[in-house]
Design a protein around this ligand. Structure first.
Ligand code: HEM
Length: 403
C-alpha cells in the first residue's frame, strides 16, 4: 500500500493475523475514518475512538442497525432479532444500567483482590506441571486454563467438558470478527444454541444447589422478578463465562511471547518484578480485543467524514493503542515502564468499560510474573500457532522449552 493509492481494511490479507500493525498504521495515516468494503465504518485514531466510546447517544443494540448497509445481512436473514442476545454488552440504558449494577457487585476491586491467593495457587500448580514437561505449551497449560478455571470457580460452575465448551465459545466469538463466512455464521448459531442449552441446565442445577458464588447471587437477583428475567440471566452468565476467558487467554499467551521476544523487558521483570505500569503496557501493546462496535443512532461526522444513522461503526482499539498522535514517537516501542500506559483503550471506555478489567489484570500479573521468575531460561520452540481470529487475536499454541 502507498499514500497515493486508496487503502482498504483487509484483515483477510495473508499475514494480517500474525502482524496486523503495519496494516493498521497505514489506515491510521491515510484513511483513519474508513468505509469498509463490507459496509461498516472503521475508526483508527485514538481521539476518534475515545470520542465514539464515550458518546452516550450511541447504541450497542442491533435493533438500531440498518442491516441493509451490511454485507453480512444476507447471512443473518433467518436470525430473529427479537431473540437477540441481551447481555450488558448488547443493550443500552436504562436496561444496561439496571443489569450492570447487579452484575458488578461481584467485581469490586476488593472482591477481586481477595482472589489473589486462589489464583496464585492455581498458577503454581500449572507451572509445576510445565516444569515436569520441559517442552510445554504455554496456552494449553497456563493461558487458557487459568482464566477458564477462575471464572468457572467464581460462577460456581459444575465440572464440564472443557474442550467442548472451548470449541463452542470459539465458534461464538468468531461472530464479532468484521468479516465472517457463511460456514462461520452457521457454526456460531449452532454453538450458541448448544451453549444456551448447557447454561440453562447449569442454571437449573445451581438453583437446586446454591452456594457462595456469583451464579447463585445472579439467580437470587432473578428471583426478585422485576430485576432480571430468566433470559436476561442466561445472557449475562453467558457473557461473563465467555468474556471471562476468551480475552485473558490472549493477554497471557501473546503477553508471554512478547516478553520472550524482548529480552531487555524480560530481564526487567526477572530482576525487579512486574513494574506497576507493566500489565497496562502489555494490554496496550497486544490489544487482546482488537476492536469494538457502536451503532450510529443519528448522522455522525468524524474527521470531516459523514457516517449515516444506522451505520455500524468499528473502533480499532488496537490502532488507537499505537497512534503516535497520542502516544508520541515511542508509540511503536514496548516499554513496561511507560508512565501513561494506563490510558490504553484495550478495556474500552465509558459506560461499557470492561467489568472484568481488575480480574484480567490480576490473572495476567500473577501468571506472567510467576512464569518469568519460575524459569531462569525459556526458549520458544518452532513457530507459534495463531487462533485465526481478527478481533480476539491470540495464540492457540506457544511451545516453549523451560529450564
Ligand atoms: C485481557 C482481558 C480482557 C479484555 C482485553 C477485555 C476487553 C473488554 C472491552 C474492550 C470491553 C468493552 C467493549 C465495548 O465498549 O464495546 C469489555 C466489556 C466487558 N468485559 Fe471485558 N475484557 C477482558 C476480560 C474480561 C473478564 C475477565 C471479564 C469477566 C469475568 C470481562 C467481562 C466483561 C463484561 C461483562 C463486559 C461488558 C461491560 C458492559 O457492557 O457494561 N472481561 N471487555
Amino acid at each position: 500500500m502507498s499514500g497515493a493509492e486508496p487503502v482498504f481494511f483487509n484483515p483477510l490479507e495473508a499475514g494480517y493475523i500474525e502482524d496486523p500493525w503495519p496494516h493498521l498504521a497505514e489506515l491510521r495515516a491515510h484513511d483513519p475514518v474508513h468505509h469498509l468494503l463490507t459496509g461498516q465504518w472503521g475508526l483508527f485514531r485514538y481521539d476518534d475512538t475515545f470520542t465514539l466510546l464515550r458518546d452516550p447517544t450511541l447504541s450497542v443494540d442491533d435493533e438500531n442497525l440498518d442491516m441493509e448497509r451490511l454485507e453480512r445481512a444476507a447471512l443473518l436473514e433467518d436470525v430473529d432479532l427479537d431473540d437477540r442476545n441481551r447481555s450488558i454488552l448488547n443493550i443500552d440504558p436504562p436496561d444496561h444500567t439496571r443489569l450492570r449494577r447487579l452484575v458488578s457487585k461481584a467485581f469490586t476491586p476488593r472482591t477481586i483482590e481477595a482472589l489473589r491467593p486462589m489464583i496464585q495457587h492455581m498458577v503454581d500448580e500449572m507451572l509445576e506441571q510445565m516444569a515436569v514437561e520441559g517442552d510445554t505449551d504455554v496456552v494449553e497449560r497456563l493461558a487458557f486454563p487459568l482464566p477458564f478455571d477462575v471464572i468457572s470457580e467464581m460462577l460456581g460452575m459444575p465440572e464440564a467438558d472443557k474442550n467442548l465448551i472451548r470449541d463452542w465459545s470459539g465458534a461464538i466469538v468468531k461472530m464479532i470478527d468484521p468479516v465472517v463466512s457463511e460456514a462461520e455464521v452457521a457454526a456460531a448459531l449452532d454453538a450458541d444454541e448448544k451453549m444456551g442449552a448447557h447454561l440453562a441446565t447449569v442454571i437449573e442445577w445451581k438453583a437446586d444447589n446454591p452456594g457462595d458464588d456469583l451464579l447463585t447471587a445472579l439467580i437470587d437477583a432473578e428471583d426478585d422478578g422485576d430485576t432480571m428475567t430468566a433470559r436476561e440471566l442466561r445472557d449475562q452468565v453467558s457473557l461473563l463465562f465467555i468474556a471471562g476467558h476468551e480475552t485473558t487467554v490472549n493477554l497471557i499467551g501473546t503477553g508471554i511471547r512478547e516478553l520472550l521476544r524482548h529480552p531487555d523487558q524480560l530481564e526487567l521483570v526477572r530482576g525487579h518484578g512486574m513494574p506497576p505500569t507493566g500489565i497496562d503496557e502489555l494490554l496496550r501493546w497486544v490489544s487482546p480485543v482488537q476492536m469494538t462496535r457502536r451503532v450510529a443512532t443519528a448522522d455522525l461526522v468524524f474527521g470531516g467524514i459523514d457516517i449515516p444513522k444506522g451505520a455500524l461503526v468499528l473502533a480499532s482499539l488496537a490502532s488507537a493503542n499505537r497512534d503516535p498522535d497520542f502516544w508520541g514517537s515511542t508509540a511503536e516501542t514496548f516499554d513496561l515502564t511507560r508512565a501513561n500506559a494506563g490510558q490504553h483503550l484495550s478495556f474500552g471506555s465509558g459506560i461499557h468499560y470492561c467489568l472484568g478489567a481488575s480480574l484480567a489484570k490480576l490473572e495476567a500479573e500473577v501468571a506472567i510474573e510467576s512464569f518469568v521468575t519460575r524459569f531462569g531460561q525459556v526458549d520458544i520452540v518452532g513457530e507459534p500457532r495463531w487462533n485465526g481470529r481478527i478481533n480476539l487475536r491470540g495464540l492457540d499454541e506457544l511451545i516453549v522449552r523451560t529450564r
